[in-house]
Design a protein around this ligand. Structure first.
Ligand SMILES: Nc1ncnc2c1ncn2[C@@H]1O[C@H](COP(=O)(O)OP(=O)(O)OP(=O)(O)O)[C@@H](O)[C@H]1O
Length: 356
């Protein structure tokens, strides 16, 4: 995990006074359930957030907190045994029309025309996204032809342009290569080129840099930021790496056991974390400038099994600040600290005056 570069920044509360940024996608009280042999998993358990136009929202949290399933729900692309069990995902289409993503048939024409063209996904494992038996050109060109209505020649030119933009040397020649002929970092760049080739408006990047070395990670983050500046792309970036969050996020939502426990701008979350879980996550990451002997604090205990959820606040068994008689029995509910800033902790009730 990388150190956090700027933990001590002064909070930027300007977002609280300026007009709220226009949302490209709004998620309200989303619930996703997945059927398994052991029972039903409440993988996403009532989350609310939005991804504004041209901004990056990072979803962070430990493994199993529901980040990937939330990202996939935005494309209505859930595992076969998964279903949206409640809430609403509203996507603002190119002509301003509100599209209820969860109401679309997951195999239907409308969602298939949105996937790739309007909403794209890059995942942690580029090989899973690419066919090993087709060249890169054979994979990008037909998608571009179908979604952008280009001729074969125009689509090839677009594919070469995208491969060049993501930093693949000699892109015209590489169009004829197979995925195994690229290094891990280059394959991830190919996936980004594929994901962005139809100029989507929303990119869901699910741990896209986790499997890569730190230099390639930094290059890919720079690349996404450049594409965002140029094309006004909105990004939902899923990661457990707070160093990456510090670099790429505008806004942050911290997930724990299917719920968002804290939400705010990146400055608010890093400089003034209110939830004990967010505070513990931040304490578990090295800080630049911290003394050599500074100890990193691991979060005690494990994420509970989704089949054996704690009563009251989900985090109370691991929380150093839990109040006996209260946190194990009462659902903390959501306390709004600002228009786009909220926290689920009983210690933050009464307007969030006190720090947890
Ligand atoms: N295909 C599936 N079948 C059954 N359960 C699943 C499936 N995919 C996810 N889950 C369960 O849903 C919950 C949320 O998983 P999810 O993958 O969204 O977490 P995550 O925060 O993205 O974790 P990671 O960082 O490990 O990917 C977990 O309890 C997980 O076990």
């Amino acid at each position: 995990m990388r150190p956090i570069p700027m933990l001590e920044r002064a909070p930027d509360f300007s977002m609280n006074v300026a007009a709220p940024p226009e949302a490209l996608v709004t998620v309200q009280d989303l619930k996703v359930q997945i059927g398994t042999d052991d029972g039903v998993v409440r993988a996403v358990d009532g989350v609310t957030f939005d991804v504004p136009r041209g901004r990056t929202l990072c979803l962070v949290g430990e493994s199993g907190s529901g980040k990937s399933i939330t990202g996939r729900a935005l494309m209505n692309l859930l595992p076969p045994s998964g279903r949206i069990a409640g809430g609403r995902i509203t996507y603002s289409g190119r002509s301003g029309e509100a599209i209820d993503i969860g109401a679309l048939d997951p195999r239907g024409k409308q969602i298939r025309s949105l996937r790739g063209k309007e909403i794209s996904l890059i995942s942690q494992e580029p090989m899973a996204a690419l066919s090993p038996v087709h060249t890169i050109g054979q994979q990008i060109v037909p998608v571009v032809r179908r979604h952008l209505g280009l001729s074969k020649r125009e689509a090839e030119a677009r594919a070469v342009e995208m491969l060049g933009r993501v930093g693949i040397p000699r892109p015209a020649e590489r169009l004829g290569n197979y995925p195994f002929e690229f290094s891990g970092g280059m394959r991830q760049r190919v996936c980004i080129a594929l994901a962005l080739s139809c100029q989507p408006r929303l990119l869901i990047a699910d741990e896209p840099t986790t499997a890569l070395d730190v230099t390639t990670q930094a290059n890919i983050i720079d690349l996404l930021q450049e594409l965002q500046r140029e094309d006004g792309l909105s990004i939902l970036f899923i990661t457990h790496d707070l160093g990456v969050v510090a670099e790429i996020a505008d806004d942050v939502a911290v997930m724990y056991l299917g719920k968002i426990v804290e939400r705010g701008t990146v400055d608010e979350i890093f400089a003034d974390p209110r939830h004990p879980y967010t505070q513990a996550l931040l304490k578990s990451v090295p800080r630049l400038g911290a003394g050599r002997n500074t100890r990193l604090a691991a979060i005690r205990g494990m994420v509970p099994s989704p089949f054996d959820r704690p009563t009251g606040c989900d985090f109370h068994p691991r929380c150093d600040l839990a109040i006996k008689g209260l946190c194990e029995s009462e659902d903390p509910g959501t306390t709004m600290l600002g228009p786009r800033r909220d926290v689920r902790c009983v210690l933050q009730r009464n307007g969030g005056a006190g720090h947890a």
